[in-house]
Design a protein around this ligand. Structure first.
Ligand code: PLP
Length: 396
């Protein structure tokens, strides 16, 4: 018999992927320029010229055995050291190379972090709204995902609900700031309160509680945002990072885990992750990608288009009467649908070739996500279409 559990998943494919495939198919019928595809979080700006030049130079000049050889299982030592130094410079931390584990994007980083600090039956707390893939990432570790309901007035943390979710089985708490799908970043007050509560609960339960901080959008931060680095506030923090969005390299599958030097067992966690790789096969990320990002650690693609798009959409959506929290970063915005059933709302929008993602799978029914990593010109053209949709369907 083949594996029934994965077979069952065929009937529950990713809603985002399905909508994106629909948008592509519709584009073939009417021209993709006429489809307002807000489905997929795929960066719309190219990587930096410096990254491209670095790769070209490496291919021309470096020893092929080095750039195409297997990476050590924890990552290339010079790269790990450079990542540590970059984080120390930018966030006032004290990482050493031994605290960095190179991984295949944030997905790979999270796979290692979960396994390093939890075992089957432990609980991992997640805050809604959350990236839907968390469900599968966690399920496959055998741990249980416990969801804290959303605080929809600002998408910070509902601390009463969080307090109620914490118990002796809680081994890890997963945060994602700035957040996919809400675009909100946890502010200093939230991170301070979260750290204080976790410290107190560690004492009460007599065991560690690890904060796993998923930060692929860390560099996509808009003007005036208060978006602190969580590991500065809480010792047991394991940060998962990706270059997918900051350097527009999602296809290169490159990121890392950074273990706070003050974390319990900080000196062995990365080594343990090397062993975890053996079990899950997510091992030895591309040597070329590691060596190339090492040269670009303190830079990003030109991310300004995301803020431009966010402002256009935020103004238009509020004008149309949507309830929406202004994003502090990412390339997502997360309005409340104009009817209770966001699936029905998004289905109606499809008739206008507006591709919106209902947030039921993000743990936040009644809301929808727009990924505005698309050309500004298209965002502008989509606004009158959006207005037509809400006027005709909802009398707005
Ligand atoms: N975490 C969040 C919140 C994401 O939005 C994504 C991708 O969109 C990932 C993790 C996975 O990122 P990566 O492509 O780096 O594996």
């Amino acid at each position: 018999m083949i594996n029934e559990s994965y077979k069952q998943m065929l009937t529950q494919k990713s809603v985002i992927r399905e909508l994106s495939e629909y948008a592509t198919a519709r584009g073939k019928e009417i021209g993709y320029e006429n489809v307002y595809d807000y489905s997929l979080g795929n960066p719309s700006v190219p990587t930096t010229q410096h990254y491209t030049d670095t790769v070209i130079r490496m291919y021309r000049e470096e020893d092929p055995m080095t750039i195409h050889g297997y990476s050590p299982s924890l990552g290339i030592e010079t790269v790990r050291e450079a990542v540590a130094q970059s984080l120390n410079r930018r966030f006032g931390m004290n990482y050493e190379g031994k605290h960095i584990f190179m991984a295949s994007g944030a997905a790979g980083a999270l796979a290692h972090a979960f396994r390093a600090v939890t075992k089957p039956e432990d609980e991992i707390i997640v805050f809604a709204p959350f990236f839907p893939e968390y469900r599968e990432y966690i399920r496959r570790t055998g741990a249980k995902m416990v969801v804290v309901p959303p605080k929809t007035d600002d998408f910070q943390i509902d601390f009463d609900a969080f307090n109620a979710a914490l118990n002796e089985k809680t081994m890890a708490v997963l945060i994602n700031t700035p957040n996919n799908p809400s675009g909100v970043a946890y502010n200093t007050q939230t991170i301070e309160k979260l750290s204080a509560m976790l410290s107190q609960k560690q004492q009460e339960f007599g065991h560690d509680i690890f904060l796993i901080s998923d930060e692929p959008y860390r560099e996509i931060i808009f003007e005036g945002a208060d978006a602190p680095y969580p590991a500065r506030f809480y010792d047991n923090t394991i940060t998962c990072y990706s270059f997918s969005k900051s350097l527009s390299l999602p296809g290169e599958r490159i990121g890392y885990v950074a273990i706070n030097p003050k974390c319990t067992d900080a000196d062995i966690l990365a080594v343990m992750m090397g062993q975890i790789s053996r079990g899950i096969g997510h091992n030895c990320p591309s040597s070329t990608a590691q060596l190339a990002v090492m040269q670009c650690l303190d830079e990003t693609s030109d991310l300004s288009v995301y803020e431009t798009n966010m402002n256009l959409l935020y103004d238009a959506l509020t004008d149309m009467g949507f309830e929406v929290v202004k994003p502090a970063g990412t390339f997502y915005i997360f309005p409340k649908a104009l009817e209770k059933d966001a699936v029905a709302f998004c289905q109606k929008a499809k008739a206008y070739d507006l591709i919106l993602v209902p947030a039921d799978n993000f743990g936040c029914p009644g809301y929808f996500r727009m990924a505005y990593c698309i050309d500004t010109e298209k965002v502008k053209r989509s606004i009158p279409v959006f207005k037509k949709f809400v006027t005709e369907e909802y009398g707005k």
